[in-house]
Ligand binder design. Structure first.
Ligand code: MG
Ligand code: ZN
Length: 350
């Protein structure tokens, strides 16, 4: 009775209390390592002048520099995006004051989220590691593997098995990771009903698509989203197209475009999920550009391209940020890569 009276006298109070009961946000963060605007453009032309990124409603730009280096590496930039703080090149999950940082994945876990990591490199490589590890050097693969083995991550898919079971300290972390169902392939992943599942795709770094890796990134994401959908909690998942960067280092435009197209198809999977699950935010960005790539010649017939490179390393050019779905508008404008962390937190109300 009292409630009805309040509603009659102060209708805006009731409207407000309804609005604050919001559904938790699902977050799909997709990082194309080394995927600058030229990599996207090259991949789009080679893909018959089309990309799933054209469906995104909001585009922004991110400044990628590290704390003391204008040209970042994947560790500093991964840490900036995962943890919200600038740091030195080579450092993972630790800021410039040597303080261990908490990642957005870990914050999501603390707030009752399910979480996942899917990558086309090893799972201990700098980009995915930025979301669960704190180490002074990205090369400390055994330490990083140890930190993943005790992390709260629910699903992971990536290479680098040897860092877990062929270690200098003689330990077999795979045997120690009793909370995980360690599966052998995509089918095993799909079949498993465990709360935590790990899939090592390769013993070492996975090969490129051109050298025989199965183009399974879209399927891995699709299978992981299916798992999340069947659980009651919201989720955070990181998807990395790791080898766009390696194509850039090799100054090999076919390597770049083939890896981009697989990543592009995985973005399509995320967009389809968003259509059926509108309480989802997709953010697609890069940690930096690789190769100083420029498209300097080409033909509109079949969209053939000819590319030139300026470096075998990374460049300091800004990288695009594409966002779509709930609260995507937060990602418009020009900002530091650390804002990826802060904006995701804000979007999810964490
Ligand atoms: Mg990477
Ligand atoms: Zn690189």
């Amino acid at each position: 009775m009292k409630k009805i009276l309040i509603a009659l006298l102060f209708p805006w109070v009731m409207i407000h209390s309804q609005q604050t009961e919001k559904e938790p946000l699902n977050i799909i963060l997709m990082i194309g390592d080394g995927m600058g605007l030229s990599q996207i453009t090259a991949g789009m032309y080679v893909n018959n002048n089309t990309s799933t990124l054209e469906n995104f409603s909001v585009v922004g730009l991110s400044k990628t520099h590290a704390i003391k280096s204008l040209v970042t590496d994947s560790a500093a930039s991964g840490t900036a995006m995962a943890c919200g703080d600038k740091t030195y090149n080579g450092v993972v999950g630790v800021n410039y004051l040597n303080k261990n940082l908490k990642s957005i994945l870990e914050i999501c876990e603390e707030n009752g989220y399910n979480t996942g990591l899917i990558t086309t490199s090893s799972i201990v490589h700098a980009t995915p590691a930025s979301f669960y590890a704190n180490v002074s050097s990205r090369k400390k693969y055994e330490d990083i593997a140890m930190q993943l083995s005790t992390s709260e991550v629910d699903y992971f898919i990536g290479g680098g098995k040897k860092h877990f079971n062929q270690r200098e300290d003689g330990r077999n972390l795979i045997k120690e990771m009793k909370s995980f169902d360690m599966v052998k392939n995509l089918k095993g992943f799909q079949k498993s009903e465990a709360d935590k599942i790990g899939l090592f795709t390769y013993k070492d770094e996975p090969p490129s698509l051109n050298q025989g890796r199965d183009p399974l990134l879209p399927e891995y994401l699709s299978a992981t989203l299916e798992k999340f959908k069947n659980r009651e909690k919201p989720f955070f998942v990181l998807v990395e197209g790791s080898q766009i960067d390696w194509g850039g280092h090799a100054n090999d435009v076919d390597y770049i475009t083939s890896e981009f197209i697989e990543f592009n198809n995985a973005i399509g999977v995320a967009l389809n999920f968003l259509e059926e699950n509108p309480n989802t935010l997709i953010v697609v960005t890069a940690d930096h550009e690789t190769g100083g790539l420029a498209i300097i010649k080409g033909k509109t017939k079949n969209f053939e391209i000819e590319a030139g490179f300026n470096t075998g390393g990374h460049s300091a050019t800004m990288v695009p940020v594409f966002s779509h779905g709930k609260n995507a508008s937060l990602f418009s404008g020009i900002y530091d890569n650390t804002q990826i962390f802060h904006k995701i937190k804000e979007a999810a109300g964490l």
